[in-house]
Design a protein around this ligand. Structure first.
Ligand code: HEM
Length: 445
């Protein structure tokens, strides 16, 4: 039975609603309102009525069974300034066609071919690290995943262009994370001018690479597959290719770096887990480098990545906007309402995860994932719009993690808790400084 009641509403100020609390400490705000109000709660920011749903059944309705009532939320739609009509922001028939054209390039077997690039890049990074030094491993992982996405997406000839791509992406992620996103891009502010220059720079690089691929040089990379992909309406236009390439660069780079950085931090905080990972690596790899074929036996490493994304989900919340009236979690939702589902909250719910704040990679042993209600764990989203790079990212995170952990042990440099910043993604506020100790068995390798 549907009701006409609305979810309980947080106590908030007129006009500004909850915007100050949300800007000041988004994670604390979500924790607090969820603890106070339970599985459904309403809050407001200027121009937006937002319902936060914390029960997996409601999230399943939002992402799967009732999905036809929704489009992406306002904030995600802002990204189209940069991503055009790329997969992350497109809707309807255009999204369906693009997803169909791109899906084969992301099938597990296709993705396995990138394993070697992933291990190569991680090995090269490890070779550049020195015994005893303290490094910001968050920065290091950002570089590793950028190199991987650039190589797998564009082929091996990115070279110094990777630097320019990295700088432009960093500037844009900062722009879209902060106050910048609230200022219309058309206004002549210095921040907007920088963002527009960065978009133009990326645009130029990406279009140049597309021209090369069209002329037949290069191949074997994701972009070549997208250039070749076609359906009864033909192949993708240059603009469609540009939008998808920009989207994959943006969506595929920082998220995976975050999952790796948080995993290394957690391992440094939990030496017993690091020792178990060590034992698995020694048993499975027996001193050689990892390949995609080892993945089924790197179960504990996979548990480390899953547990890291449970506690520190790189995508900490997903949003949708209702375009027609529907019922979610037993509450009527009117057109125009924004719906949020927060991995940050649901992944820490003791109804689904025993001792939810504990880091326990072994909880992912056996059939735990299958025993969970759908959408109790959704680091990659769910339903038809689930992350297309899901298998790519899992493989990348596990291969990079074991390659780096084979070469080095990581130690914390003090007792400071990890400070988080919830912007578009969940980031470490002050990086992740860790001390590196080279492992003997790899010494001189
Ligand atoms: C740990 C790493 C990653 C995480 C946590 C992550 C998370 C997500 C989430 C939560 C969504 C769904 C958003 C929504 O429903 O509103 C998504 C979508 C998407 N992701 Fe990922 N992602 C990761 C890695 C990647 C990689 C490596 C790629 C590409 C190489 C990628 C490309 C995309 C694309 C294109 C979409 C849009 C899919 C669609 O709407 O059809 N992601 N990702």
């Amino acid at each position: 039975m549907t009701t006409t009641a609305r979810p309980p509403r947080v106590d908030e100020l007129p006009l500004v609603g909850s915007s100050l609390a949300l800007l000041r400490d988004p994670l604390g705000f979500l924790d607090r309102i969820s603890a106070e109000h339970g599985d459904a709660v309403e809050f407001n920011i200027p121009g937006q009525r937002i319902y936060l749903f914390n029960h997996p059944d409601a999230i399943e309705q939002m992402l799967v069974t009732e999905r036809d009532h929704f489009i992406k939320d306002k904030l995600t739609r802002e990204l189209s300034i940069m991503l055009g009509q790329g997969l992350l922001v497109s809707e309807g028939a255009h999204w369906r066609r693009q997803r169909r054209l791109m899906q084969p390039a992301f099938h597990r077997e296709r993705v396995a071919a990138y394993g070697e690039v992933m291990v190569d890049v991680a090995e090269r990074a490890a070779e550049s690290f020195a015994d005893g030094e303290t490094r910001d491993v968050h920065r290091d992982m950002m570089r590793v995943t950028l190199d991987i996405v650039a190589k797998t997406l564009f082929g091996t000839d990115v070279g110094d262009v990777a630097e320019r791509i990295g700088a432009a992406l960093e500037l844009l992620m900062d722009h879209f994370s902060g106050i910048g996103v609230m200022i219309p891009i058309g206004l002549p502010t210095p921040g907007n001018a920088r963002a527009r220059r960065a978009i133009a720079d990326l645009d130029g690089i990406v279009r140049g690479i597309i021209r090369e691929r069209r002329s037949g040089s290069g191949g074997g990379d994701l972009l070549s597959m997208l250039v070749a992909a076609a359906d009864e309406d033909g192949a993708m236009s240059d603009t469609e290719l540009r939008d998808e390439a920009m989207t994959l660069l943006l969506a595929g780079h920082e998220t995976t770096a975050l999952s790796l950085g948080f995993a290394l931090d957690l391992l440094a905080r939990h030496p017993e887990a690091a020792a178990r990972l060590d034992a698995e690596i020694a048993g499975v790899l027996e001193g050689r480098r990892a390949t995609a074929a080892d993945l089924p036996r790197l179960r504990y490493a996979e548990g480390v990545v899953r547990e890291s994304m449970r506690l520190f989900p790189p995508a900490w919340a997903i949003g949708r906007e209702a375009t027609s009236a529907c019922t979610i979690g037993g509450f009527p939702v009117e057109a125009g309402t924004q719906l949020w589902a927060a991995q940050w909250v649901v992944h820490r719910d003791r109804r689904w995860f025993e001792d939810p704040l504990a880091f326990r990679p072994e909880r992912w042993d056996a059939d735990f994932a299958k025993s969970l209600p759908r959408q109790a764990y959704f680091p990659f989203g769910g339903g038809p719009r689930v992350c297309i790079g899901n298998a790519f990212a899992m493989m990348e995170a596990v291969l990079v993690l074991v390659t780096i952990a084979r070469a080095f042990r990581f130690e914390r440099t003090g007792d400071a808790p990890l400070e988080l910043m919830a912007s578009v993604t969940l980031r470490p506020k002050r990086g992740i400084p860790l001390r590196l100790e080279r492992r003997r068995r790899d010494a001189g390798a």
